[in-house]
Write a protein that binds this ligand. Structure first.
Ligand code: ZN
Length: 77
């Protein structure tokens, strides 16, 4: 524990999907979206395994750069 209060600023939702038996096609393709709790922006959803992997890796950091709430210096009360 660091002692710092944990401030939740965003939520990353990931659905890993479901592959058909044999794995040759998707019954339900993977999808992901990111919701910023500060500015209420929703990025995504992105659909498809490769897109989801890339999105999950970068969604939070890439949104931080464009977050309007962050730019205005919003602080947790
Ligand atoms: Zn934001």
């Amino acid at each position: 524990m660091t002692g710092r209060p944990l401030v939740i600023t965003g939520a990353l939702y990931v659905d890993m999907g479901q592959q058909a038996r044999g794995g040759d096609r998707w019954v339900r393709p993977p999808r992901a979206r990111y919701e910023c709790l500060l500015c209420r922006t929703v990025d995504g959803p992105v659909i498809g395994a490769e897109d989801v992997i890339a999105f999950v890796a970068s969604a939070q950091t890439s949104h931080r750069d464009i977050c309007t709430a962050n730019r205005e210096g919003v602080q947790a009360a």
